[in-house]
Design a protein around this ligand. Structure first.
Ligand code: NDP
Length: 241
Protein backbone atom coordinates (compact mmCIF):
# COMPACT_ATOMS: atom_id res chain seq x y z
CA UNK A 1 0.00 0.00 0.00
CA UNK A 2 1.24 3.46 -0.84
CA UNK A 3 2.35 5.69 2.01
CA UNK A 4 0.82 9.09 1.23
CA UNK A 5 2.23 10.83 4.33
CA UNK A 6 4.89 12.76 2.43
CA UNK A 7 2.63 13.54 -0.55
CA UNK A 8 1.01 16.88 -1.34
CA UNK A 9 -2.38 16.36 -2.97
CA UNK A 10 -4.45 19.09 -4.62
CA UNK A 11 -8.12 18.39 -5.36
CA UNK A 12 -10.36 20.83 -7.22
CA UNK A 13 -14.00 21.05 -6.18
CA UNK A 14 -13.28 19.45 -2.83
CA UNK A 15 -15.93 21.25 -0.76
CA UNK A 16 -18.72 18.79 -1.54
CA UNK A 17 -19.58 15.45 -3.09
CA UNK A 18 -16.95 13.25 -4.67
CA UNK A 19 -14.10 15.75 -4.21
CA UNK A 20 -14.77 16.04 -0.50
CA UNK A 21 -14.72 12.27 -0.03
CA UNK A 22 -11.46 12.03 -1.99
CA UNK A 23 -9.94 14.78 0.18
CA UNK A 24 -11.02 13.22 3.46
CA UNK A 25 -9.79 9.81 2.39
CA UNK A 26 -6.27 11.12 1.62
CA UNK A 27 -6.30 13.18 4.80
CA UNK A 28 -7.03 10.03 6.86
CA UNK A 29 -3.88 8.55 5.28
CA UNK A 30 -1.82 11.47 6.60
CA UNK A 31 -1.28 13.26 3.28
CA UNK A 32 -1.07 17.03 2.98
CA UNK A 33 -4.40 17.79 1.33
CA UNK A 34 -5.52 21.02 -0.29
CA UNK A 35 -8.98 21.51 -1.78
CA UNK A 36 -10.42 24.25 -3.94
CA UNK A 37 -14.01 25.42 -4.22
CA UNK A 38 -15.84 28.21 -6.00
CA UNK A 39 -18.66 29.47 -3.75
CA UNK A 40 -18.51 28.31 -0.16
CA UNK A 41 -17.00 25.73 2.16
CA UNK A 42 -17.64 24.48 5.72
CA UNK A 43 -14.42 26.02 7.02
CA UNK A 44 -14.61 24.61 10.53
CA UNK A 45 -15.07 21.07 9.25
CA UNK A 46 -12.08 21.24 6.89
CA UNK A 47 -9.91 23.03 9.45
CA UNK A 48 -10.66 20.34 12.02
CA UNK A 49 -9.39 17.71 9.59
CA UNK A 50 -6.29 19.73 8.72
CA UNK A 51 -7.38 20.09 5.08
CA UNK A 52 -6.29 23.40 3.53
CA UNK A 53 -8.76 25.20 1.30
CA UNK A 54 -8.60 27.85 -1.39
CA UNK A 55 -11.45 29.70 -3.03
CA UNK A 56 -10.47 29.56 -6.67
CA UNK A 57 -12.55 29.40 -9.82
CA UNK A 58 -10.78 26.82 -11.99
CA UNK A 59 -11.96 28.55 -15.16
CA UNK A 60 -9.94 31.66 -14.26
CA UNK A 61 -6.29 31.09 -15.22
CA UNK A 62 -4.98 34.05 -13.17
CA UNK A 63 -6.58 32.78 -9.95
CA UNK A 64 -5.41 29.25 -10.68
CA UNK A 65 -1.81 30.36 -11.24
CA UNK A 66 -1.82 32.52 -8.08
CA UNK A 67 -3.16 29.61 -6.02
CA UNK A 68 -0.65 27.10 -7.40
CA UNK A 69 2.22 29.58 -6.82
CA UNK A 70 1.10 30.01 -3.23
CA UNK A 71 0.87 26.24 -2.64
CA UNK A 72 4.33 25.70 -4.15
CA UNK A 73 5.74 28.47 -1.94
CA UNK A 74 4.36 26.75 1.17
CA UNK A 75 4.94 23.07 0.31
CA UNK A 76 7.53 23.21 -2.51
CA UNK A 77 5.76 20.51 -4.55
CA UNK A 78 2.43 19.11 -5.70
CA UNK A 79 2.62 15.33 -6.11
CA UNK A 80 -0.98 14.64 -7.10
CA UNK A 81 -3.53 16.80 -8.88
CA UNK A 82 -7.14 15.60 -8.97
CA UNK A 83 -9.17 17.63 -11.46
CA UNK A 84 -12.61 17.00 -10.00
CA UNK A 85 -14.47 20.35 -10.14
CA UNK A 86 -17.42 20.12 -12.48
CA UNK A 87 -20.87 21.50 -13.16
CA UNK A 88 -23.92 20.60 -15.24
CA UNK A 89 -26.33 22.92 -17.04
CA UNK A 90 -28.52 20.42 -18.84
CA UNK A 91 -30.93 21.07 -21.68
CA UNK A 92 -31.71 19.91 -25.17
CA UNK A 93 -29.59 21.57 -27.84
CA UNK A 94 -32.48 23.61 -29.22
CA UNK A 95 -32.99 25.18 -25.80
CA UNK A 96 -29.37 25.36 -24.64
CA UNK A 97 -28.13 28.93 -24.26
CA UNK A 98 -24.67 30.05 -25.27
CA UNK A 99 -24.07 30.97 -21.61
CA UNK A 100 -24.87 27.44 -20.47
CA UNK A 101 -22.56 26.01 -23.12
CA UNK A 102 -19.71 28.34 -22.16
CA UNK A 103 -20.13 27.90 -18.40
CA UNK A 104 -19.86 24.11 -18.59
CA UNK A 105 -16.96 24.07 -21.05
CA UNK A 106 -15.11 26.76 -19.07
CA UNK A 107 -15.32 24.88 -15.77
CA UNK A 108 -15.16 21.25 -16.87
CA UNK A 109 -12.67 21.46 -19.75
CA UNK A 110 -10.81 24.77 -19.60
CA UNK A 111 -10.56 24.32 -15.83
CA UNK A 112 -8.70 21.04 -16.37
CA UNK A 113 -6.37 22.76 -18.85
CA UNK A 114 -5.72 25.67 -16.46
CA UNK A 115 -4.98 23.50 -13.45
CA UNK A 116 -2.85 21.00 -15.35
CA UNK A 117 -0.80 23.71 -17.02
CA UNK A 118 -0.24 25.47 -13.72
CA UNK A 119 1.09 22.40 -11.86
CA UNK A 120 3.02 20.79 -14.70
CA UNK A 121 6.21 22.87 -14.55
CA UNK A 122 6.79 21.95 -10.93
CA UNK A 123 5.99 18.26 -11.52
CA UNK A 124 8.38 18.18 -14.50
CA UNK A 125 11.12 19.68 -12.34
CA UNK A 126 10.58 17.02 -9.67
CA UNK A 127 10.34 14.25 -12.30
CA UNK A 128 7.22 13.02 -10.52
CA UNK A 129 3.50 13.55 -10.71
CA UNK A 130 0.13 11.90 -10.86
CA UNK A 131 -2.71 13.75 -12.57
CA UNK A 132 -6.19 12.29 -12.31
CA UNK A 133 -9.04 13.83 -14.28
CA UNK A 134 -12.63 13.10 -13.30
CA UNK A 135 -14.59 12.72 -16.50
CA UNK A 136 -17.90 10.80 -16.84
CA UNK A 137 -19.28 7.72 -18.59
CA UNK A 138 -21.46 10.04 -20.67
CA UNK A 139 -18.23 11.43 -22.15
CA UNK A 140 -17.92 7.96 -23.73
CA UNK A 141 -21.55 7.07 -24.42
CA UNK A 142 -23.09 10.50 -25.11
CA UNK A 143 -26.32 11.63 -23.45
CA UNK A 144 -29.34 13.49 -24.79
CA UNK A 145 -29.84 16.78 -22.95
CA UNK A 146 -26.19 17.12 -21.94
CA UNK A 147 -24.36 18.19 -25.11
CA UNK A 148 -22.31 20.78 -23.23
CA UNK A 149 -21.41 18.44 -20.36
CA UNK A 150 -20.69 15.47 -22.64
CA UNK A 151 -18.50 17.60 -24.94
CA UNK A 152 -16.54 18.81 -21.91
CA UNK A 153 -16.10 15.30 -20.50
CA UNK A 154 -15.17 13.76 -23.87
CA UNK A 155 -12.70 16.63 -24.22
CA UNK A 156 -11.18 15.71 -20.87
CA UNK A 157 -10.60 12.14 -22.10
CA UNK A 158 -8.79 13.40 -25.21
CA UNK A 159 -6.83 15.90 -23.12
CA UNK A 160 -5.82 13.11 -20.73
CA UNK A 161 -4.39 10.97 -23.53
CA UNK A 162 -2.49 13.85 -25.14
CA UNK A 163 -0.97 15.12 -21.91
CA UNK A 164 -0.11 11.56 -20.87
CA UNK A 165 1.98 11.29 -24.04
CA UNK A 166 3.59 14.70 -23.48
CA UNK A 167 4.52 14.09 -19.85
CA UNK A 168 5.39 10.39 -19.79
CA UNK A 169 9.11 11.00 -20.24
CA UNK A 170 9.06 13.13 -17.07
CA UNK A 171 7.58 10.32 -14.99
CA UNK A 172 4.19 11.99 -14.78
CA UNK A 173 1.17 9.70 -15.11
CA UNK A 174 -2.06 11.19 -16.41
CA UNK A 175 -5.25 9.17 -16.19
CA UNK A 176 -8.99 9.74 -16.06
CA UNK A 177 -11.78 8.21 -14.04
CA UNK A 178 -15.25 8.01 -15.56
CA UNK A 179 -17.84 7.70 -12.81
CA UNK A 180 -21.28 6.38 -13.64
CA UNK A 181 -24.18 7.48 -11.46
CA UNK A 182 -22.81 8.53 -8.07
CA UNK A 183 -25.08 9.71 -5.25
CA UNK A 184 -24.15 13.38 -4.65
CA UNK A 185 -25.90 16.77 -4.74
CA UNK A 186 -25.31 16.86 -8.50
CA UNK A 187 -27.39 13.72 -9.08
CA UNK A 188 -29.71 14.40 -6.14
CA UNK A 189 -31.37 17.10 -8.23
CA UNK A 190 -32.58 14.57 -10.85
CA UNK A 191 -36.19 13.38 -10.93
CA UNK A 192 -37.12 9.87 -9.78
CA UNK A 193 -37.99 9.03 -13.37
CA UNK A 194 -34.51 9.99 -14.63
CA UNK A 195 -32.89 8.12 -11.73
CA UNK A 196 -34.88 4.98 -12.60
CA UNK A 197 -33.82 5.23 -16.25
CA UNK A 198 -30.16 5.35 -15.15
CA UNK A 199 -30.71 2.40 -12.80
CA UNK A 200 -32.04 0.36 -15.73
CA UNK A 201 -28.67 0.81 -17.47
CA UNK A 202 -26.53 -0.37 -14.52
CA UNK A 203 -25.71 -4.10 -14.60
CA UNK A 204 -24.74 -4.11 -10.90
CA UNK A 205 -28.18 -2.61 -10.12
CA UNK A 206 -27.01 -0.04 -7.60
CA UNK A 207 -25.86 3.58 -7.68
CA UNK A 208 -22.26 4.33 -6.83
CA UNK A 209 -20.99 6.18 -3.79
CA UNK A 210 -18.29 8.85 -3.56
CA UNK A 211 -16.16 6.28 -1.75
CA UNK A 212 -16.13 4.10 -4.88
CA UNK A 213 -14.51 6.97 -6.79
CA UNK A 214 -12.15 7.86 -3.93
CA UNK A 215 -10.76 4.31 -3.92
CA UNK A 216 -10.11 4.43 -7.68
CA UNK A 217 -8.44 7.84 -7.32
CA UNK A 218 -6.20 6.45 -4.60
CA UNK A 219 -5.15 3.59 -6.87
CA UNK A 220 -4.22 5.99 -9.69
CA UNK A 221 -2.49 8.35 -7.24
CA UNK A 222 -0.47 5.57 -5.63
CA UNK A 223 2.56 3.50 -6.54
CA UNK A 224 0.54 0.46 -7.70
CA UNK A 225 -0.44 2.32 -10.89
CA UNK A 226 3.07 3.49 -11.84
CA UNK A 227 2.90 1.65 -15.20
CA UNK A 228 -0.55 2.99 -16.14
CA UNK A 229 -0.97 6.23 -18.10
CA UNK A 230 -3.38 7.72 -20.60
CA UNK A 231 -6.24 5.47 -19.47
CA UNK A 232 -9.86 6.12 -18.60
CA UNK A 233 -11.09 3.88 -15.78
CA UNK A 234 -14.86 3.52 -15.68
CA UNK A 235 -16.24 3.22 -12.15
CA UNK A 236 -19.85 2.77 -13.10
CA UNK A 237 -21.36 -0.53 -12.05
CA UNK A 238 -20.79 -1.85 -15.57
CA UNK A 239 -22.55 0.77 -17.73
CA UNK A 240 -19.65 0.98 -20.18
CA UNK A 241 -18.11 -2.31 -21.30
P1 NDP B 1 -20.91 18.43 -6.75
O1 NDP B 1 -21.85 19.32 -7.46
O2 NDP B 1 -21.40 17.69 -5.53
O3 NDP B 1 -19.58 19.24 -6.35
C1 NDP B 1 -18.91 20.00 -7.31
C2 NDP B 1 -17.68 20.64 -6.71
O4 NDP B 1 -17.02 21.39 -7.75
C3 NDP B 1 -17.98 21.61 -5.59
O5 NDP B 1 -16.94 21.57 -4.64
C4 NDP B 1 -17.97 22.97 -6.31
O6 NDP B 1 -17.65 24.08 -5.48
C5 NDP B 1 -16.84 22.74 -7.30
N1 NDP B 1 -16.86 23.66 -8.42
C6 NDP B 1 -17.84 23.83 -9.33
N2 NDP B 1 -17.47 24.76 -10.23
C7 NDP B 1 -16.24 25.20 -9.87
C8 NDP B 1 -15.32 26.15 -10.40
N3 NDP B 1 -15.60 26.87 -11.50
N4 NDP B 1 -14.14 26.33 -9.77
C9 NDP B 1 -13.84 25.60 -8.67
N5 NDP B 1 -14.65 24.68 -8.12
C10 NDP B 1 -15.85 24.49 -8.72
O7 NDP B 1 -20.37 17.40 -7.86
P2 NDP B 1 -20.00 15.85 -7.75
O8 NDP B 1 -19.23 15.59 -6.53
O9 NDP B 1 -21.21 15.05 -8.05
O10 NDP B 1 -19.06 15.70 -9.06
C11 NDP B 1 -17.65 15.81 -8.99
C12 NDP B 1 -17.08 15.50 -10.36
O11 NDP B 1 -17.50 14.20 -10.77
C13 NDP B 1 -17.55 16.45 -11.45
O12 NDP B 1 -16.51 16.71 -12.35
C14 NDP B 1 -18.66 15.68 -12.13
O13 NDP B 1 -18.85 16.09 -13.46
C15 NDP B 1 -18.11 14.27 -12.04
N6 NDP B 1 -19.12 13.23 -12.16
C16 NDP B 1 -20.11 13.10 -11.22
C17 NDP B 1 -21.06 12.10 -11.34
C18 NDP B 1 -22.13 11.89 -10.36
O14 NDP B 1 -22.95 10.97 -10.57
N7 NDP B 1 -22.21 12.65 -9.27
C19 NDP B 1 -21.04 11.19 -12.51
C20 NDP B 1 -19.96 11.42 -13.43
C21 NDP B 1 -19.05 12.40 -13.23
P3 NDP B 1 -18.84 25.02 -4.87
O15 NDP B 1 -19.56 24.15 -3.90
O16 NDP B 1 -18.13 26.13 -4.22
O17 NDP B 1 -19.68 25.41 -6.05
Amino acid sequence: MTDFKERVILITGGSRGIGRTIAESFSEDGATVIVTYRNSIEEDHFNSKGIKHFQCDVSDMKSVQAMVDSILKDYSKIDVLVNNAGITKDGLLMRMSEQDWDAVIDTNLKGVFNMTKAVTRSMMGKRYGKIINITSVVGITGNAGQANYVASKAGVIGFTKSIAKELASRNINVNAIAPGFIETEMTGRLSDEVKQSYMNMIPLKKFGKSEDIARAVKFLAGDDSDYITGQTLCVDGGIVM
